[in-house]
Write a protein that binds this ligand. Structure first.
Ligand code: C2E
Ligand code: CA
Ligand code: CA
Length: 410
């Protein structure tokens, strides 16, 4: 049960050279950690074994399966027609985990995410193929069908750590504000702050790229400090001109472990004299579920301090309802994937409707993001959704320009 074994086996197959198109499929169980916290190691090992058995039932006899970690499997699928063929298999795997796994007295929803890379299209070496399957798996967590194929060109731009460090020190990042529309009043309810970075010589770097880099290197503490202060500074300017505004700020789960994060947030509010009620912190659903116990504690403290809490990318992370009820959230933000698809895909439409109903039952506000056309906006309004954002409503723009317009009333 380890990575060396899969690398060796994969190398042997590639050397033999008679597999044609070979898919490397990385399958990760999403909720095992949470299950282990509640039921212990023995039960979670048994769930891992049951997952392996279920995987075998959906794979072909020629496919090879190796468990590489407690919650992780790699399947090698030889002699496929093409990528589409591989994704049919991946979708079959993801669907097989829509039913609960049971072991003895326990039964658990253990949804999976599936990342796929292809030999020879995506790499000739075992390491490259495994790494690219891992990258696809990160994307898979964000899709509604829980699986993704590696897309060439989506690998991280090689932004060196030093450059980002320097950028933070030299204040090269810029806060952009994206408008959020109140659907009942048909008026702007506030803004979401999104970081932008154009690195001299490198050009614009996508936020998910530099935020991941910050998370992986420990720079996220500094980035969070920058993001809080940059966002609140603009809010303070607006307030000074008599145009207070509500702001939503993204917070990476990687800073949850920092002991002083609550103090940091409240002291930034104090410095800029922004009332906590005007600020909502956005945390992704999947981040919360990575460590539900610690998240719960932290969120309670932030709520006690008066901040709003949005559960971001909601619907993509399979939260357990038991936890959801306990999270002291003030709003759900429906994952963009469902909203963008809701006109064309009935299933996404139903998911959106259910999230709105669930949110309202829990007395939470519901925000839809990724609204790209007027029809979707009308549909959301008809479904009783509270707020919406997306390109149809407005793109994120430099915060200084947004605040400038507010001040002049333009
Ligand atoms: P997110 O919080 O889910 O932010 C929404 C993303 O969707 C933004 O991408 C936004 O530009 C994009 N978007 C908005 N409307 C539409 C639309 O109608 N269609 C489509 N296709 N996309 C739309 P962006 O700015 O690239 O940010 C990506 C992610 O990076 C964010 O996802 C957030 O998780 C993270 N992020 C951005 N700024 C910060 C920050 O200051 N701190 C932290 N910790 N994370 C940040
Ligand atoms: Ca967000
Ligand atoms: Ca989001």
């Amino acid at each position: 049960m380890n990575r060396t074994e899969i690398t060796t086996r994969l190398a042997a197959r590639l050397d033999a050279g008679d597999d044609g198109v070979l898919a490397v499929m990385l399958v990760r169980l999403q909720r095992l950690q949470e299950f282990r916290l509640v039921h212990g190691y023995e039960a979670s090992d048994a769930i891992g074994a049951a997952a392996g058995a279920r995987l075998r039932t959906v794979l072909r006899p020629v496919d090879e399966l190796v468990q590489v970690a407690e919650n992780e499997f790699v399947a090698l699928l030889p002699r496929l027609r093409d990528g589409e063929h591989a994704m049919l298999a991946a979708a079959r795997v993801a669907r097989a985990f829509e039913d609960t796994l049971s072991v003895g007295a326990h039964s658990v929803m253990a949804p999976v995410a599936v990342g796929v890379s292809l030999y020879p299209a995506h790499g000739l070496e075992p390491d490259t193929l495994l790494r690219r399957a891992e990258l696809a798996l990160r994307d898979a967590k964000r899709t509604t069908d829980r699986c993704a194929l590696f897309v060439p060109g989506t690998e991280r731009v090689a932004v060196p750590y030093e450059r980002l460090h320097e950028a933070l020190r030299n204040n090269e990042l810029e806060a952009h504000f994206e408008p959020i529309l109140d659907l009942q009043r048909n008026a702007i309810a506030g803004y979401e702050s999104l970081a932008r970075w154009t690195a001299p010589g490198l050009g614009p770097v996508r936020p998910d790229v530099f935020i991941r880099l910050a998370e992986d290197t420990g720079l996220i503490a500094e980035l969070t400090r920058w993001s809080l202060n940059a966002s609140l500074r603009h809010v303070a300017h607006a307030r000074a001109a008599g145009t207070p505004l509500r702001i939503s700020i993204n917070i990476s789960p990687r800073v949850f472990g920092q002991r002083d994060i609550v103090a940091q947030v409240t002291s930034a509010l104090g410095v800029w004299e922004v009332p906590a009620q005007d600020v909502t912190l956005e945390v992704t659903e999947s981040a919360l579920m990575e460590d539900p116990v610690a998240s719960l504690k932290l969120l309670h403290r932030l709520r006690e301090a008066g901040l709003g809490i949005a559960i971001d990318d909601f619907g993509a992370g399979y939260s357990s309802l038991a936890y959801l009820k306990q999270f002291p959230a003030t709003e759900f933000k429906i994952d963009r994937g469902f909203v963008t698809d809701m006109r064309s895909d009935a299933r996404s439409g139903r998911v959106v409707r259910s999230i709105i109903d669930l949110g309202h039952h829990l007395e939470l506000g519901v925000v839809a993001e990724g609204v790209e056309d007027g029809e979707t906006l009308d549909l959301l309004r008809a479904l009783g959704c509270d707020r919406a954002q997306g390109y149809f409503i407005g793109h994120a723009q430099p915060a200084a320009a947004v605040v400038g317009r507010l001040r002049t009333g333009a």
